[in-house]
Write a protein that binds this ligand. Sequence first.
Ligand code: SF4
Ligand code: FES
Length: 428
Amino acid sequence: MRDTLILGQAFRGGGAVDPLGAVVALTDDAEICGCNGVCKGKITGAIAAKGLTSLDDVRAHTKASNSCGTCTGLVEKLIMATIGDSYNPAALQPMCKCTDLGHDEIRRLIVAKGLKSIPAVMQELEWTTSCGCAKCRPALNYYLIADWPGEYEDDAQSRFINERVHANIQKDGTFSVVPRMWGGITSPRQLRAIADVADKFAIPTVKVTGGQRIDLLGVRKEDLPAVWADLNAAGMVSGAAYAKGLGTVKTCVGSDWCRFGTQDSTGLGVRLEKFLWGSWTPAKVKLAVSGCPRNCAEATCKDIGIICVDSGFDVVFAGAAGIEIKGTEPLCHANSEDETVEIIAALIELYREQGRYLERIYKWAARVGIASIKAHVVEDLSKRRLLYERFVFSQGFAQVDPWQERVNGKHAHEFAAMAEFGLPQAAE
Ligand code: SF4
Ligand code: FES
């Protein structure tokens, strides 16, 4: 039954199914949320006992739908089946418990009222808590960075650990370090520097990632600035693998090497990555450029993809290959590299301005509509140009290597080793 609910009617061999009836028919011990091991009975029991009326309430009391989100549709159907019309999923969802306002309204007011700091937003929009929470602070920090480039100063304390220390925390408390490799291209000098760093800091695992880069896993937090200093010295900057921003631009070898290559896909990938890096976005953004429709760089499941063809560049977007799998949507055909770069920068700027914090491009596109995005980025050339110019302006403040800053001492307290106490001191 759960398979039918998740995988659809095709799984049960076709035939009409009443989705609500199917949920009602589940037994109480049927598992709804695999991530958190929550069964139907626990959810319906909590709804009835505690008078829960929203998805957020159910998440808070049962943990169902609180991790990967795959079960969210099922949980919503259970709420509908339990409380009927009192559940209105279309009702405005507040950003968090600190406010009654939703993301879009808060963002509109940030601009309309000229609010340029987190305390100003909280005071003017009557936050119910004094300092906000782990949901609203990172979202506000992103909206303020995107809306006031050059004026708002990033608030590190409103970021989660990975973005605060510019590395990804691992299950044993060590970190992973991923230097940028523009368009997946590296060199003997960079590879030697990576090997030297791995030896010098006894880094236990060196792994090639799916995004055509090299991941150094198992780095101690206090070693991070010294590791970055050595990588910086070899010309490498942060790959931002931890960031809600541009991740990789995956490429194939294209016309430089491949018999089938129609354009220089590697060169375009390098150009795009050098132009786009550093920008903060609502969620991570991954690109790929394939040199022909054989699509060796797998561009058709990325946030933004380019398929090179003899006549130019087919730009596609809104793909996903994580929790959800979704092929991209066609955006447009561009005749030149310059036009392709302008279209992609405009698309990313529109996403930066309209996307809700943590909303990937494919979810933003589904919410606002592909037609509306095309109208801004493809059909109205003056709108495209303005979006492009706003993106270029904000990049003037964004392209600073965070590793270099920390090598030079910024936020040194984050990386200081904890003091070691002997037993007598610890007992005091
Ligand atoms: S996508 Fe086309 S050009 Fe690129 S490596 Fe594959 S076959 Fe060659
Ligand atoms: S299956 Fe419920 S959050 Fe992942």
